[in-house]
Design a protein. Sequence first.
Length: 365
Amino acid sequence: MKKTALANLDAFNKETFRQDLIGWFEQEQRTLPWRQDQDPYKVWVSEIMLQQTRVDTVIPYFNRFIEQFPTIEALAEAEEDKVLKAWEGLGYYSRARNLQAAVREVHEHYGGRVPDNPKEISSLKGVGPYTAGAILSIAYGIPEPAVDGNVMRVLSRILSIWEDIAKPATRKIFEEAVRELISHENPSFFNQALMELGALICTPTSPSCLLCPVREHCHAFYEGKQSELPIKTKNKKQKDVQIAAVVLRDREGRYLIRKRPEKGLLANLWEFPNTEISLAFLHEKDQLAELIKEQYGAIIETAEMTGQIDHVFTHLTWHIHVYKGTLLSLEEERSDLKLVTEEELKEFAFPVSHQKMLKHVQEHK
DNA sequence: CATACGTGGCC
DNA sequence: TGGCCAAGTAT
């Protein structure tokens, strides 16, 4: 433990802090679908969905997911395409594939029981230090830290920790702080309360300190510096990528779609034929038809440009130049290519960018 | 350690 | 509007 960062713990009344924090949580916690019981599987699913994702966004996905895959066994035995379809629109799709891979591991090698110790649970795909601690504490009542962005923000203020929370190494400082502070009587509520406080009171901008149940324990509030914490360095600017994409239909009106590679961006999702292209060639229709032929073996009729869609990811922006065209023929049978009707299209998981593209072309007429 | 990895909401 | 944010993990 860094002594300088946690020096304030010495003069800190841990027991009243725990009582004030947990007491507030018992009164004020939101009713959420994953708080109905402590089923380790449901806690697990909720924690994966909540990674980098807002509670309001997750709620409907969680309800549908649990309805469709109610148990470890149900998810283990599902087709991956069904799981991705259930995740469609939620983002960070490797979470879904890692979750299913890990659930299959639990099904096959742990008798369907989610591990209850740090070593085994941390070995599961997609389960990092935060998620391991969250499941162990919430589902099993084990006093392990669950340090997420909320916890770092809340504790940086309470304990006056001025380390950069954007740096990976900083998380360890907060884990040590939680190990010192955590209630062994109720580690589940302690961890959840810290996060709930961050979500409802100790917010990133303009925290509601006058409503805060632990403001008397808060070093930043005492010094009036709550708006200066936490320290978080800025991200770099993202890249721009030009894409030419074409919504192709054959003479029977079926759409040509392709499954993306199993690694990388939007892995294993479906999409419309597209190619990265330099700005200089954007309006060369023959060039686009040639590239589509090379990459898809698809012979197409001169495509018509229908507009542009910009789609922002965390680390890059796609500028999608959208065309529509007719598929004349396919050179070979390929397992990553399918011709599907408009009705069948609904069964495949598409990234939001390609959903926008389809809508755009259908409204173009 | 830095970067890849989604999306929607907010100001 | 563009940047920032939201219950992180893998490499």
